[in-house]
Design a protein around this ligand. Sequence first.
Ligand code: FRU
Length: 656
Amino acid sequence: MRRLVRGLTSLIALTGMVVAAVPSAGTTTGTTTGTAADQPEFPYQPTTYTEPYRGQFHFSSQGGWMNDPNGLLHHKGTYHFFYQHNPHGLGWDTMHWGHATSTDLVHWTQKPIALEPGVHPGDLWSGAGVVDAANTSGLREGAEDPLVVFSGTNGVSVFYSTDAGRTFKAYDNGRKVVTMPGTSRDPKVFRHAASKRWVMLVWSDEGGNGVNLYSSPDLLDWTFLSRYAAGWLFECPDFFALPVDGDRRGTKWVLTDASGEYVVGDFDGTTFTTDWDEPQRMDHGTNHAGGSFYAGQVFNDMPDDRVVQMAWMGGNQGATWTGNASFPAVLGLRTTGDGVRLTRQPIKELEKLRYRTSSWRGRGLTPATAAKLLRDQSLDTYEVEAEFDVRGATAERFGFKLDVRPGGDAGSEVLYDTRARTLMSAPLEPSRGRVTMRILVDRGQLEVFGNDGLASITRNVAFDPRADSRGVALHVEGGGVRLVSLRIHELAPAWGMGEPTLEHNLPGQWRVVSGSWTDVAAGKQGSAGGDAFYLSDHTGADFTYEGDVRLVDGAAAALTFRAGPRAERHYTANVDAEAGVVKLWRPGRDIATYKAPIKAGRTYHLKVVTQGRSIKVYLDDRAEPVIDAKDDQYASGRFGLNVFDGTAQFQNIRVS
Ligand code: FRU
């Protein structure tokens, strides 16, 4: 059936056949072409994220293929990372928008698919997304700010979420809000504060490569502003303002393309101008589609003034996934002898993963002393920070060999060439007589930053996964050089922290105590004959604890609180379809019930308010409690979920 739908979609695309009457332009807002709530692609095949080559601190899709980062945005403490995604195979095909979230840009949680062909209309190719906090679009439906994302080829379609990114709807059946002659794609949208308007850039090949700029008051109606044409500017444009040398008075605009080429100039709200004749490269990996650095995008709506970028690293594959993202980098502009240049540096949140650091200071290195220094190191994923003084250096080359095997062979080298003045072939002048290297080594990903991000080299490396292939060596060739300082930080894996589909605000981990619990697009689903408990590590005494519960079938679904670690003790407030009640109980005692016609398939909002012995239970939006009881058996304990004799789903679990 799904294949048929997809087949039909491509047939329509091929023949231009229209099968249903489409509402005329602009007449309907909020048309639901579908939601992603019933995706068979989710959950993905399980993984522990420990496979060889699987980035331990680089994001990859749990399963399937990924290419470009899309719709990067921050909303109320959560970073959203969408990506070009084929969940059905390891190669590029039928583009979906995959989705992951993070609260710190380091630990990512896989989420259900956000945009899917057959559910969401059009070619779901690359684009950006914004938070419409002021509801300029009028798309808000409830308490949440609309998240508005842009996709489509040869014309831009709008998709939006009114539930904080869980599901997306097509605006006006995917009507193209912008079209232009030629081949076009990859809309980038952002808020332009100075002109108080939204601005969109779309790449197109009309009369040669270039971008069209548009503006809008409401994200839906767009007016053409100008075109910036340049032969080098091919797909996935990005456009952002940065202070030069950190000075906000000297802000400049940077225009980039998919390969990471960029020019620096000015933007007056209508036109981009630059006096650069030639673009520069922000990265010196392999900068083409499928290479090691492509289609970078910066986050919108950052909670601070950083400009943070993630790009597509295409060269990595495991048994169940292909591709990953570069580690988030902060971008900057710095004045150099050659003019203003873009810098890339890993975000400071990387420090969260450091768990063991070894340091060395002040050594004059020769080839022999360098080779000895790190002889005992065996490392899996790590970060190197090194500073060398090159004044008076006689070494021709110096740096590190990575993935060193017992025989001395290395999987990769990070070397500075003192004559050519290059770091891994990327031009890099010493700065005040110093060369610094910051190196991120993951299982198949290597990122190197020279002189505080002036040189950036992003590479996919198939590091040998065997345990005896984890050496790292300092390497000096043809003379001497002074090592000012060296620190090696071992990095912990960033996976395994979050709940894929359960929206909740409890700190810490959830654990299955009994029954079986799985992730479905609607939230967390529990099943059991008898009682099933899913408990958070988080504990509390007096609180408001609430959430949405829905019985799929069976007897009762409930919120559990003040529980012991194995639910050997607990209070539980349920909706019970068998008895037709809301019930508060603890092991061995039904404390109170309230008659209510509880049905499977309907979502109930349960809320528990405790204060010492007082336990009140609220149902849906009623102002008065349906149960107002006193019990002093348990004073505090864990929060959790419970199902009795059947299957139930839980969502939006909050404690305050
Ligand atoms: C770049 C790109 C984009 C396009 C997307 C399709 O890698 O070709 O131009 O939108 O990939 O997946």
